[in-house]
Write a new protein. Structure first.
Length: 126
């Protein structure tokens, strides 16, 4: 879970003055760098730069956790891009943080919570 220590660490990183934004992120599969999508029933690479790179040679990939975003006043006011070379992140443990956007995400989170907290189905007493 997100805690005070993580937030303070990220804020201190921002205050050191090197970055415009600092946020929470976790490692994800680097195979996404070679992913593709369909458009008009034709395959299109999301990023052609990685087309001929072997999977084991792909760089580590990260995604933002959606938990917090620290930014300088100037960066927010100028509506700077959060994901740029002027940003950094605090790496979070992906097993402790979940981005909840869909019903499928919610179902995964419920399963994790049941295991972690040994939650039993509630019984309605009428």
């Amino acid at each position: 879970m997100l805690n005070k220590k993580i937030l303070i660490s990220a804020y201190r990183k921002l205050l050191r003055g090197k970055y415009e934004f600092v946020f929470g992120a976790f490692r994800t599969s680097n195979h996404l760098l070679r992913s593709f999508y369909l458009k008009n029933n034709k395959v299109n690479m999301l990023n052609d730069n990685f087309y001929s790179v072997n999977s084991q040679d792909l760089p580590d990939a990260f995604v933002d956790s959606g938990q917090f975003y620290w930014g300088t006043k100037k960066a927010w006011k100028k509506q700077k891009k959060i994901f740029s070379n002027n940003s950094s992140f605090i790496q979070l443990n992906e097993t402790k943080f979940r981005d909840l956007n869909t019903k499928k995400d919610l179902q995964k989170l419920k399963k994790i919570a049941k295991k972690q907290f040994k939650i039993k189905k509630s019984v309605n007493k009428s």
